[in-house]
Design a protein around this ligand. Structure first.
Ligand code: V47
Length: 397
């Protein structure tokens, strides 16, 4: 290719990737600092093809943000409101069950439910919510509550040190898995500057560890492109990789309550920061190349995660198509309503149809496969669906 920039520093890293060796933090940093985006993409694609071939996953889901009232005031967040403030809302359990019914009638296999840290809702609101959804739509998978919300629930239920008990109650009420939100960047300086008051990385990891012990699957995110350094991003990857090593070892040794199999992280979802409307509005946010590089480096550093997701709402659908050549194997789903970020002045209705998702994947040269939340293949006839195949949770390390 004429004029293509080749970074010689990536050669030893390429050798490691081709030999299936684990990358070091220094390797990760060299990748993030490199402008040789094509080599980084090729390396990530090499790993992606080994794990998933030409398969690209999507799902039919619906996001529900049950309240935007939040006790925290994170600087990057434009979603939160204070009680009584204009635009503040909280949904009743009945409203949520109604939305769940509509989602099921539209063929959704998953509800992704998260909200602010509401200062007054009691613990019973959350278990009632799960039970009401279970009753209204027994087949739908409920992926709900970030680690930050779980710690908040333990506090309001006056069980600050009993995360396992809270998670068990939620699981008994219908919780199917944990989403990856709330991780932000695992670094104390960034924490104190941009999301003071939120739980720190050790607590976020504790919640996921406890969930995994209960046999729950979970995801992980990183919110990048604000005030963190490249070193902070790599540190975040290393902590996640260590936690996943532990989860895998635990499930293989039969540790934990393995009802539904040993829990572990399934997917990393790097989230590019959107400055608009937040207290950090003066920052530019990451570029398209930064986003592709982060997705690719996620694939390369997290060798024990099966999946890398480009959340199209934040990456945009056109960039998500390109990202399939940069290590990504999952584009998330139909979403429908999304409140947390509104790209380019979008309102909360942010939906992509199944046909458009499939067309985008095919155009990019991949085979679209509908999955459920735990990556089992789904067969569909309109709004009717069933699981046909066990997931391909291939783990390399
Ligand atoms: O936790 C908040 C982030 C997350 C902004 O698990 C922002 O499958 C960008 O976690 N710019 C919620 N990001 C989204 C999330 C997620 C999304 C899709 C799938 C899954 C999954 C998880 O959004 C929050 C926070 O980190 N966020 N504000 C912002 N201005």
């Amino acid at each position: 290719m004429i004029g293509r920039m080749i970074d010689a520093n990536l050669k030893p890293i390429a050798d490691k990737v081709h030999a299936g060796e684990r990358l070091s933090a220094a390797d990760g940093l060299a990748l993030l600092k490199s402008r040789d985006i094509w080599t980084i993409g090729e390396l990530a694609n090499h790993v992606r093809q080994k794990l998933h071939g030409k398969t690209a996953y999507y799902n039919v889901n619906r996001h529900i943000n049950y309240t935007n009232i939040c006790a925290l005031s994170c600087k990057f967040c434009e979603f939160y409101r204070k009680k009584g403030q204009d635009g503040a809302y909280e949904m009743s359990v009945q409203d949520i069950a109604e939305q769940a019914k509509q989602a099921a009638a539209g063929g959704a296999t998953e509800l992704h439910i998260v909200g602010g840290l509401h200062p007054f809702l009691p613990f019973g609101y959350y278990t009632d919510m799960l039970r009401a959804i279970r009753e209204a739509t027994p087949a739908i998978h409920i992926k709900a509550f970030t680690a930050v919300e779980i710690v908040h629930l333990a506090r309001i239920d006056r069980r600050p040190n009993v995360l396992a008990g809270v998670l068990r109650d939620l699981k008994d009420a219908g919780l199917g898995s944990l989403p990856g939100g709330g991780a932000e960047v695992f670094d104390d300086r960034v924490h104190d500057e941009a999301f003071k008051g939120k739980i720190r990385s050790n607590k976020w990891l504790d919640v996921h560890r406890e969930a995994h012990k209960l046999g729950l699957m979970s995801n992980a995110t990183m919110l990048y492109g604000h005030i963190e350094s490249l070193e902070d991003r790599i540190h975040h990857f290393c902590l996640l990789r260590e936690a996943q090593d532990e989860a895998i070892a635990n499930s293989e040794s039969g540790g934990g309550d393995t009802s539904g199999g040993g829990g572990r992280f399934q997917t990393i979802i790097p989230l590019p920061f959107f400055p608009d409307g937040s207290e950090l509005e003066h920052l530019p946010g990451p570029s398209g190349l930064d986003n592709l590089r982060m997705l690719a480096v996620s694939r390369l550093m997290l060798d024990n995660f099966s999946h890398v997701k480009a959340f199209w709402i934040m990456q945009t659908l056109p960039m998500s198509q390109v990202s399939l050549d940069f290590g990504v194997d999952d584009l998330d789903g139909t979403v429908v309503w999304y409140d947390i970020t509104k790209v380019g002045g979008a309102d909360t209705h942010q939906e992509v149809g199944v046909n458009e998702l499939r067309r985008s994947i095919i155009e990019a040269g991949y085979d679209p496969v509908e999955r459920d939340t735990i990556y089992r293949q789904v067969k569909r006839d309109g709004a009717e669906w069933c699981v046909v195949k066990e997931g391909r949770d291939v783990v390399t390390a």
